[in-house]
Design a protein. Sequence first.
Length: 362
Amino acid sequence: MKKVLYVVVAFFMLQMGVFAQTNFEELTLEKALEKAKKENKLVFVDTYTSWCMPCKYMANTIFPKKEMGDYLNERFVCVKFNTEEGEGAEIMKRYEISAFPTFLILNTEGEVQHKIVGGSETAEDFIKRVEEGLDEEKAIGILANQYAKGDRSINLLTKYARALLAIQDPQVVKVAEELIGKLSDVQRVDTAYWFIYEHPFLTQVGSPNMTYLLENTERFQKSIGAERVNEKIATAFDLQLTNMITGRDRQSGVEAIDRVESEMEKYKFPSKSRLKMFAEIARAQRSGDIEKLLTTCEKDIPQIEHEHLLAVFFPLSLTIKRNGTPDQQARILKLAKKLLAETTNDKFKFSLGQFIPYALEK
């Protein structure tokens, strides 16, 4: 009798376990679509790779949560595909997936109703992102269909641009340009469209949007707030100088650095002193003089907060290591070890700990 009771309890515990987490079924996409049609549901597709750490986090931490399973199982037939093999590779091509994890919400015809790129740290956050896919005002597939049919209203373009930004789709550039082209001069500084100017992908230094922002800074400050506008401008300058130092921008010369620094003087923001050091480092780098670059690094880098060195220190170090004399190579190694001993930034400490023995001590 005890054995029977144990089996019964174990059975119900197993059943509860199944329904306490996301029920990913082993179905082909075609079978999943057929089942969804019969059950009046949508299809939720998790596309992943074996090497994607955010994919593993979602699989091991988020999808097993009860609240996640309760939400998804009720509304979707859930399936997952490894895009490195079999049907998963076909699905990646069919739905033009280029980042992982990517999650698709499909209607029963296999059409994309919504797309979510990237994972979430919590189940609550991911549920909110899925909910957007059930909202006709936010679901990217629905907005894309309206756009394809010729809807170019300001309302549609605004919603579509926001949805494209959320999944980092390059088409957002075209849609944002169309939106800006329909706005009056008064509308362009309205809070409803600040997301275009605030986003680094759409408003980079040198772009038409950035030019407009700089020419109308006071108007934006009155509408959006001086702190947010100045922070946006600072972030744009930061990105441009960082790209110059890291080599992402190999075209800009010393004149461009001078223009950036001159333009920065017009604005007040907390990171200005650091960015002036970035400009000095970028000039030294552009000079081709390793001693000048090393001396500038020795002077400026110890004054820069370590979280801001994550992108710039390593390419600078490699330039000196590859092109410097043995004495100069020893000095950059000394600086790296000094930073490693002093840093309290975990990411920088880990990166330095990996970088020094494999790059600078060779």
